[in-house]
Design a protein around this ligand. Structure first.
Ligand code: IPE
Ligand code: IPE
Ligand code: MG
Length: 243
């Protein structure tokens, strides 16, 4: 059994979402290929995931590849599709030692068979761990996810398994990839863009947001902690009044 450390902050998000952006620009600024930025970004993910687990975060959802990212040059897409393997080799031991579970959200029908097998194996191998869940969103798009959920709900209605009046927020929520997780409490986007780019639209309904100019590969533990301190100071009201 892994003993969890006492939290450093008095309040951390239960579910943290991160849009890992700026790998390409980070590399370009250093005269490197964009792929070098993706590699460095993957290594930073390991570092931040280990830290987030130490801080007591329950779920960390990260945007690794969107349903729109297929439109990038083939060479870059090919490289990104090799990252799950690199990730597995680099993270396996430290994630095991820290009891971190890994789950994947997103479509599987456009991934290679080798990647689908790998994702399934990683999920199976880590399923019983009691630390943080790192939810990697790969070929993920929020609109795609919602359409998929709506189709499943409609099917239940058509088959007379679900009365129309019994459709509530939770009904749709149950059909999302994130069904077992609480809604997102905090969303961080690195590298300066002020948009969501089709990430977890339903789940961020009441999330707090944090945008930073720092590109993902340079977003280390100190900067991450600064972002979490900002969260700890936020007053969340959920439509109610100040307590
Ligand atoms: C984020 O970095 C990683 C992916 C989207 C796969 P980018 O590749 O978007 O880097 P920039 O935004 O072009 O710098
Ligand atoms: C969002 O970043 C997707 C991921 C981080 C995986 P993008 O770089 O693809 O987003 P846009 O194109 O700038 O909105
Ligand atoms: Mg980008």
């Amino acid at each position: 059994m892994i003993k969890r450390k006492k939290p450093l902050l008095n309040r951390v998000p239960r579910h943290l979402a991160i849009i890992l952006d700026g790998n390409g620009r980070w590399a370009k600024k250093r005269g490197l290929a964009r792929t070098e930025g993706h590699k460095k970004g993957a290594m930073n993910l390991k570092n931040i995931a280990l830290f987030a687990n130490e801080l007591g975060i329950e779920v960390m959802s990260v945007y690794a590849f969107s349903t729109e990212n297929w439109s990038r040059p083939q060479e870059e897409v090919d490289y990104l599709m090799k990252l799950p393997k690199l990730f597995e080799e680099q993270f396996r031991d430290s994630f095991k030692d820290n009891s971190i579970r890994v789950a994947f959200s997103g479509r599987r029908d456009r991934l290679s068979k080798a990647n689908v097998d790998l994702l399934e194996r990683i999920e199976k191998d880590t399923a019983s761990r009691d630390g943080m869940t790192l939810n990697i969103c790969l070929d993920y798009g929020s609109k795609d996810e919602i359409i998929r959920a709506v189709k499943e709900v409609v099917k239940e209605v058509q088959e007379n398994k679900l009365p129309l009046d019994a459709i509530h927020e939770e009904t749709l929520g149950k059909h999302l990839y994130t069904s077992e997780f609480p809604d997102v409490d905090y969303l961080i986007r690195t590298s300066g863009e002020l948009r969501l780019s089709n990430f977890l639209l339903w789940q961020v309904a009441y999330a707090e947001f944090y945008f930073t100019k720092t590109p993902w590969p340079a977003f280390g533990r100190t900067k991450f902690l600064r972002a979490l301190i900002s969260y700890a100071k936020r007053q969340r009201r959920f439509g109610g009044l100040k307590g």
